[in-house]
Write a protein that binds this ligand. Structure first.
Ligand code: SF4
Length: 311
């Protein structure tokens, strides 16, 4: 039986949590969702890495729910707060076509891990109706390699995090005890899928058409985790494009809690991580200017584009 078969929702094991929720009967899994597709926003987004956003924007679709539970999440309204609107899967097909019509360079599926079972069918339907732009799978990295394998023919670009090399830190900050191993397995499979399809490919004007881009968010005070995460990316994916991000901004919970995660990443910390990435040999490193997140990195989750086309 395929991992992405609809009736796997009877006992969901779509992500490495394998919590076994009976989503088909309306039970919500550890990701916070049942069986009805819920979306929070669908609009052009201009703040991904340049080969993804280009000049016209990435057609970004934010899915509600998340298998992780990161205490510092910037998207907590949708990841753990359940914000969004329930829509039939046919609406997802329409949204992809509407974003293409608006000029999107690609369709960017943000945290679709727990909806993966419907992606091969919906993407194929959109292709049959004229969708031509690449599909970006934008993920926390906490994926099953079997799911990556089954999505390998419909996903063109894997835009994945590698958050933790330190399992204890993953347990403390994302309530997940096996992030490093599971993310390494998934990253290895993503690398295999892209090699199978002929490797990285860009358009003449520098947009990614097919490939893998690995992101790492530097956390204040946890620089050793960042260095080991870069080691893991190099080990499991080799010289792929990476994005080393310093946009960590303490959310209300982190500010209230105080301590090391109540501050931003210092310039010295960020430089140390960037220097290490350079020393390892990564030839394409995207980095960020400024010390903290700009509001534009976190769009308004106001259901724009979910029920009707974004203006
Ligand atoms: S996708 Fe959600 S319901 Fe399924 S195993 Fe993961 S956390 Fe549980």
């Amino acid at each position: 039986m395929s991992l992405l078969d609809l009736h796997t929702l009877d006992h969901c094991e779509l992500c490495p949590r394998r919590c076994g929720a009976n989503r088909a009967a309306g039970q919500r899994g550890a990701c916070g969702v049942g069986s009805t597709l819920r979306l929070a926003r669908a609009a052009l987004h201009f703040w991904e890495e340049p080969p993804i956003s280009g000049d016209h924007g990435s057609g970004t679709i934010f899915f509600s729910g998340c298998p992780l539970a990161c205490t510092y999440c910037q998207n907590y309204e949708i990841s753990s707060g359940g914000f969004g609107i329930d829509v039939p899967s046919g609406r997802l097909v329409e949204i992809m076509l509407e974003l293409q019509e608006q000029g999107a360079h690609n369709i960017n599926l943000v945290t679709a891990t727990h909806w993966a079972y419907m992606l091969p069918r919906t993407i194929s339907q959109a292709r049959a109706l004229g969708l031509q732009i690449p599909i970006v799978y934008n993920t926390s990295g906490y994926e099953l390699p079997e799911a990556v394998l089954e999505l390998g023919d419909v996903v063109d670009i894997w835009l994945t995090d590698y958050k933790y090399a330190d399992a204890k830190l993953g347990a403390r900050l994302s309530n997940i005890s096996d992030y490093p191993e599971r993310a390494a397995e998934a990253l290895t499979q993503m690398t295999t899928e892209i090699h199978r399809r002929g490797g990285l490919r860009y358009t003449y004007d520098g947009l990614m058409e097919q490939g893998l881009l690995v992101r790492h968010l530097v956390l204040p005070g946890f620089i050793d985790n960042s260095l080991r995460a870069l080691d893991a990316i190099w080990t499991h994916a080799g010289d792929v494009p990476i994005a080393v991000m310093n946009q960590y901004t303490p959310n209300a919970a982190m500010k209230a809690q105080g301590g090391i995660l109540a501050r931003a990443v210092s310039a010295e910390e960020y430089e140390r991580v960037l220097d290490y990435a350079d020393d390892l040999g990564f030839s394409t490193i995207f980095w960020q200017e400024g010390g903290t997140v700009d509001e534009s990195f976190t769009p308004a989750f106001d259901t724009t584009g979910v029920l009707t086309s974004a203006p």
